[in-house]
Design a protein around this ligand. Structure first.
Ligand code: ARG
Ligand code: ZN
Length: 885
């Protein structure tokens, strides 16, 4: 908790560390009611930091100092100063050794930062600033040290003792205790430290690297989960192979370990050689995890593994550079997933997520650049902007340079900076040096916040056979940034003729066409491109593959969008045309609802989706994506003032109308796919994901018709399926239906069957929390009393409270403010136990500017109430105060 108002920390104030730590030797004595930590730090003056011997200021929080030595001399209270965040002492030589002993209390650590206990095991989470809750240290990423770690614990309760690097010794002690020593030869910052002690089982495998070294792979889980590890192990081996093939990156230690823990604030953590994962990102098997969960496990395993190079071997100089490792690693894992599954579907999912959530962040009070220039609490900056927009920035560099030069740049980056803590500028410099491309203006993507708008208009000159695209870019003001300079926007496009064929693209001044799909660089506020030898009025296919994270506008008619849906050779843009058509139709319905008119659905949307459904040559996953209407969250994001009730009513009306009009083809598709599912054992592969996704979206439409044969089908699928993907969808359609008896029965049967599986119960909570039928808040409040629910477990908080506030918009935004009051109560309670989770739940309240005056007042009042509620963590204080500013 804060004792005074948290201070803002600025990138411009960065200074190199006064001292360095060459070696770190740690000993942990783990007990039930406390832990003793002894740290020996071999230190020296930083030669880059100037002359003299300034005071040494070590970070340390919530530590009980038992003993402190400088070069074997025990220091007395007069020899150092202690505050609740620092230990300061005066070195007398350039090189010295600090020994400290502290007592800490992992057994009562509910913030899940530093050393803590989860389901009886000891584990750590040090990124970003958790290591200072373990021992006194220079807890900053530009201080890199080798680590030797010895841990001792009761043998019976904690048979497995792990830390980073390679195991070098172990033994038993009297009193039923044992110990193990691990050595990590690679220099690393403290945020990559990890320790685990518990009663764990592991699945072991091997990987032979490109230079024929043998690596042992182990995934540790609680014994009852040992049957849910194979998918993560397969994903790990694929990731190791892919990083060798695509980036030339080889693994460097003899052993790579993953440990699954149940209580974890985030998804996973890339600690050197010892990744610690939220169990939701490791455990997956057909009966308990959905297709989406399987794909998430594959992606997160890859992400953390890829960090071994993009993050660990080359790390960040300071936390403002977080996107250096996160944006790059998200880009790497996205490309990996695209290669393992369907590239177009992966892109569609990522873009839909970015536009709904990151664009909202970029338009709200917490908007910040990919490389922020200030923060109060770094935990608040593990954001969609740093991660997902950061990945889009890397993708644009990849697009501008092309794959070969990009690879040359990444090779140079890793070679040049191996073992160093560097900046985003260093990354860009390596890309520039390897490619010869000047990225000076491009770097504005790192420093300017906000989502650029790109307005495009056209003019065709039939006499001259020229076609001109006129572009205008702008970017709205964001906190602290009133004016923006033009970005470099890679705009991939094609021009289609009346048959949907791509025309050769030749710009004025070029002596011949350069392909039929190409990337133009938009660099000015206003700019025009004129194509020559264009014999008929073309239809442009713009921003193919979403080549830049911008809001594009072009005055397409609905008929033109339908044409693009059918003919665009870029799969992403076929989907995008369908989304834009649906947005136009839904916005029309929203207007009708607001004016109190009868809702009338444009039959062109029905016709467009009918032709998608009847097209057997389309990838089934694409059919499923094209049938998915833009979500309420996205419709909110693109509204000036979001009318929650009109958005919900319009979208539900459209879905119901589509279900009636397309009943026949939906039912045919559903039955055909369910038939295959019934006769095929579960396989976690892309063609099977595709079949089930179409089957499941068809079922969710069909259920809206309320026909008895659909209810029977949902019940059959619910009872007879062999996997969680089909079961959970069947449960969800029942929960959202008016069939009260069947719904109650299914919910009860599900909970009885899965009551001992926490991850499955999370899904059970989420399905109910997201149910938009009236009475949502009361259902959520009742579920908080369920024995399987606890506020102490972040997954539970996300599953129930997060799903309610983030997905159940019509209930959360109830006009009486009850949803807001509820969320504020939960934030106030979490602030005292787990500030990171408290702060993350605030997201929906920070978006108050999107709503009508009455809701704005209610939302602000709740933010004010949180601010006045007592001692706030820096996490919650920063978000609330910035939201009200
Ligand atoms: N580096 C981790 C990852 O992206 C995330 C850790 C975030 N931890 C935190 N306390 N914010 O893979
Ligand atoms: Zn990461």
């Amino acid at each position: 908790m804060r004792t005074e108002q948290p201070k803002m920390i600025y990138l411009k104030d960065y200074q190199v560390p006064d001292y360095l730590i060459d070696e770190t030797h740690l000993t942990f004595e783990l007990f039930e009611d406390h832990t003793l930590v002894h740290a020996q730090l071999v230190m020296r003056r930083n030669p880059d930091a100037g002359a003299g011997l300034p005071a040494l200021v070590l970070d340390g929080q919530q530590l009980e100092l038992l003993e402190l030595k400088l070069d074997d001399r025990v220091l007395g209270a007069a020899d150092y100063q202690l505050t609740d965040s620092h230990l300061t002492l005066q070195p007398t030589q350039e090189q010295f050794v600090i020994d400290s002993s502290v007592r800490i209390h992992p057994e009562s650590n509910t913030a899940l930062e530093g050393l803590y206990k989860s389901s009886g095991m000891f584990c750590t989470q040090c990124e970003a600033e958790g290591f200072r809750k373990i021992t006194y240290y220079l807890d900053r990423p530009d201080v890199m040290s080798t680590f030797t770690t010895t841990l001792s614990a009761e043998q019976h309760r904690y048979p497995v003792l792990l830390s980073n690097g390679n195991p070098i010794a172990s033994g038993s002690e009297e009193g039923g205790r044992h110990w193990a020593t691990w050595e990590d030869p690679f220099k690393k910052p403290a945020y990559l430290f990890a320790l685990v002690a518990g009663d764990l089982w592991c699945v072991e495998d091997r990987f032979t690297t490109m230079s024929a070294r043998e690596v042992t792979l182990r995934i540790y889980v609680e014994p009852e989960n040992i049957d849910k590890v194979q998918h993560a192990m397969d994903s790990l081996k694929k990731s190791m192979k892919w990083d060798e093939e695509v980036y030339g990156r080889e693994y460097d230690l003899d052993i790579f370990m993953i440990v699954a823990v149940n209580d974890f604030n985030m998804g996973a953590m890339e600690n050197k050689g010892l990744n610690i994962f939220n169990s939701s990102c490791v455990l997956a098997k057909a009966e308990t995890a959905t297709d989406a969960a399987h794909q998430r496990v594959e992606a997160v395993v890859a992400h953390e593994y890829f960090h071994n190079w993009s993050g660990n071997r080359v790390t960040c100089r300071d936390w403002f550079q977080l996107s250096l490792k996160e944006g790059f690693t998200v880009f790497r894992d996205a490309e990996f997933s695209a290669d393992m599954n369907s590239r177009t579907v992966k892109r569609i999912e990522d873009v839909a997520y970015l536009r709904t959530h990151q664009f909202a962040e970029d338009a709200g009070p917490m908007a910040h650049p990919v490389r922020p220039d200030s923060f109060m609490e770094i935990s608040n900056f593990y954001t969609l902007t740093v991660y997902e927009k950061g990945s889009e920035v890397l993708r644009m560099i990849h697009t501008l340079l092309g794959p070969q030069l990009f690879r040359k740049g990444s090779d140079l980056y890793f070679a040049r900076h191996d073992g160093q803590a560097v900046t985003c500028d260093d990354f860009i410099k390596a890309m520039e040096d390897a490619s010869g491309v000047d990225l000076t203006q491009f770097k504005r993507w790192y420093s300017q916040a906000g989502t650029p708008r790109l307005e495009v208009s056209e003019s065709y000159d039939a006499a001259a056979n020229t076609y001109r695209l006129q572009l205008r870019q702008s970017c709205p003001a964001t906190p602290g940034q009133a004016e923006k300079l033009p970005f470099v926007i890679p705009l991939e496009l094609a021009l289609l003729d009346a048959q949907g064929r791509e025309l050769p693209l030749q710009l004025v001044g070029e002596d011949k066409p350069v392909g039929t799909s190409r990337v133009l660089q938009v660099t000015q506020a206003e700019q025009a491109f004129t194509f020559v030898n264009i014999a008929e009025q073309p239809l442009p296919s713009l921003l193919r593959g979403f080549s830049a994270p911008v809001k594009l506008s072009f005055p397409y008619s609905r008929d033109q969008l339908m044409f693009l849906m059918q003919h665009d050779s870029d799969g992403f843009n076929r989907w995008e045309a369908g989304q834009q058509l649906a947005v136009q139709v839904l916005q029309e319905l929203i207007g009708q609802h607001q004016r109190g008119e009868l809702l009338v659905l444009d039959p062109r949307l029905v016709a467009a989706l009918r032709s998608v459904l009847e097209n057997d040559s389309l990838d089934q996953a694409m059919v499923a994506e094209m049938l998915s209407l833009p979500g309420e969250g996205y419709l909110t994001e693109i509204s000036d003032v979001a009318d929650v009730d009109a958005i919900h009513a319009a979208r539900e009306f459209a879905r119901a109308q589509l279900a009636e009009a397309l009943f026949e083809p939906l039912w045919a598709r559903y039955q055909a796919n369910r038939e295959v599912s019934r006769n095929t054992p579960y396989v976690a592969e892309s063609a099977h994901f595709a079949r089930r996704s179409l089957q499941n979206i068809a079922l969710s439409y069909l259920m809206l018709t309320g026909k008895p044969q659909v209810l029977a089908a949902a019940l059959e699928q619910y009872e007879a399926c062999d996997n969680m993907t089909e079961r959970l969808t069947a449960l969800a359609v029942l929960v959202n239906s008016p069939f009260e008896a069947e719904k109650a029965e299914a919910l009860k049967a599900f909970a009885e069957h899965f009551k001992d599986n926490a991850l499955v119960m999370d899904q059970w909570f989420s399905v109910q929390a997201a149910c938009t039928l009236p009475g949502g808040l009361a259902r959520v409040q009742a579920l908080m009393q369920h024995p399987a629910f606890t506020m102490k477990n972040p997954n539970k908080v996300r599953a129930l409270i997060g799903a309610f506030a983030g997905q159940n918009l019509v209930n959360f935004h109830a006009a009486d403010g009850s949803g807001y009051r509820f969320l504020a109560d939960q934030v106030i309670s979490l602030n005292a136990t787990n500030p990171q989770i408290a702060s993350r739940q605030l997201g929906p309240l920070t978006r108050w500017r999107k709503y009508d005056a009455s809701r704005q007042a209610l939302m602000r009042a709740e933010l004010e109430r949180i601010l006045a509620s007592g001692e706030l963590s820096s996490d919650v204080f920063e978000v609330v105060s910035k939201s009200l500013a």
